[in-house]
Design a protein around this ligand. Structure first.
Ligand code: R5P
Length: 292
C-alpha cells in the first residue's frame, strides 16, 4: 500500500518561468522520438553538433587490410579519441572492450567481398543491433548501379523500418562504383535518395559543390575519408567538408593508416569540433606525434 503519511504538497512550480519548448540541435531530427534523439546525441556532440566517427568496417569486404590486421593493437588504443565507432558486429564483439562505452554505428549489411561482385548484401537482424546497444545502423546503397540499386535501396528502407520500430537511427552510406561520376550531381542525388528513403544520417564523399549536397539533404551528412592521403591533405579535406556544412567525418584509412593514428585522430577532431584550420591542425598532429 502507498505510504499516505507525510505527503508534502509541491510548492516550487516556477510560475514566473515559462516552460520552454525544446528544439533538437541536429538538422532534420526534431520530429524523432526520444530514444532516437538520445542515440543521435551520443554520436553528434551536443556542444558542437558534430562527430568524429572512426570507421574500421573495411575488413568485412577486404579482410585484414593495412592498419586493421590487429584491431586490439591499432583501433582499441585510439578509440577513446573518437565520438563513435563504426564497425561490424564480429569485430566489435570480439575486439572492442564493452567498457570503453563508446557509441556504436553498426555496419548492418553484409554478404559480398572484393573477390566477387560487391553490394549484393543482405541486412542483419535488428535484434542483434539492439543486443549490441547500437546507437546507429549503417548500410550501403549503390545509386545508379543497375545490378544492385534496387536491392540496396530495399535494404535501406527495410532497415529504416526496423530502426523506426526500435528507435535506432540509420546511416545511408553512398557507394562509389567505378563507372559512377564522383561529383556533386551524383553524390547529391545519392544522398538525397538516402534521406528520402528514411536515412537519419548520410555518409558520402566530399567534392566540389559540396554545399549543394548539404543544402539539399535534410539530415546530417558525414564524409568518408577515402584512400590514404598525406596528413595535411586529409586535414584539408576534413576542413573543407566542415566549412561546407558537413556534420562530421566517418574516417578510416586516413586515421588508422597514418604513421601516428592517435595524433591524427586528435588533429581531425580539432578541425571538426573546434573549426581549426588545416595548418594549425597539422601543427597539432606534429606536436602530438613528437610526444608519442
Ligand atoms: C565503406 O563502406 C566503409 O563504410 C568505410 O568505413 C568508409 O569508406 C570510411 O572509410 P574511409 O575513410 O577509409 O574511406
Amino acid at each position: 500500500m502507498a505510504d499516505l503519511d507525510d505527503i508534502r504538497d509541491g510548492k516550487n512550480f516556477g510560475l514566473d518561468q515559462e516552460v520552454k519548448s525544446q528544439g533538437f540541435y541536429l538538422k532534420g531530427c526534431n520530429n524523432m522520438g526520444w530514444g532516437m534523439k538520445e542515440r543521435m546525441s551520443r554520436i553528434f556532440r551536443p556542444d558542437s553538433g558534430k562527430t568524429v566517427m572512426l570507421a574500421f568496417d573495411h575488413g568485412f569486404i577486404m579482410g585484414p587490410t593495412s592498419g586493421l590486421e590487429r584491431i586490439d593493437l591499432t583501433i582499441v588504443p585510439i578509440a577513446k579519441y573518437a565520438d563513435c565507432l563504426m564497425g561490424t558486429r564480429g569485430i566489435i564483439r570480439t575486439s572492442i572492450p564493452a567498457e570503453l562505452s563508446k557509441p556504436i554505428c553498426l555496419r548492418s549489411d553484409a554478404g559480398t567481398s572484393i573477390l566477387t561482385e560487391l553490394n549484393h548484401n543482405v541486412i542483419i537482424d535488428v535484434e542483434d543491433a539492439i543486443r549490441m546497444n547500437a546507437s546507429a545502423m549503417a548500410i550501403m546503397v549503390t545509386a545508379g548501379d543497375p545490378a544492385t540499386e534496387a536491392k540496396t535501396f530495399a535494404n535501406l528502407y527495410n532497415l529504416v523500418d526496423a530502426g523506426q520500430k526500435y528507435g535506432i537511427p540509420v546511416m545511408g552510406v553512398t557507394a562509389v562504383g567505378k563507372d559512377m561520376a564522383r561529383d556533386a550531381r551524383y553524390f547529391g542525388l545519392a544522398s538525397r535518395m538516402c534521406a528520402e528513403n528514411g536515412a537519419n544520417i548520410v555518409k558520402t564523399y566530399f567534392c566540389e559543390g559540396f554545399e549543394q549536397i548539404v543544402a539539399s539533404c535534410p539530415v546530417p551528412i558525414v564524409i568518408a575519408g577515402g584512400k590514404k592521403l598525406p596528413e595535411l591533405e586529409a586535414l584539408e579535406l576534413a576542413y573543407n567538408a566542415i566549412q561546407a556544412g558537413a556534420a562530421g567525418v566517418d574516417m578510416g584509412r586516413n586515421v588508422f593508416q597514418s604513421d601516428h593514428p592517435a595524433a591524427m585522430i586528435q588533429a581531425v577532431a580539432s578541425v571538426v569540433h573546434d573549426g581549426e584550420k588545416p595548418d594549425k591542425a597539422y601543427d597539432l598532429y606534429q606536436t602530438l606525434k613528437s610526444q608519442l
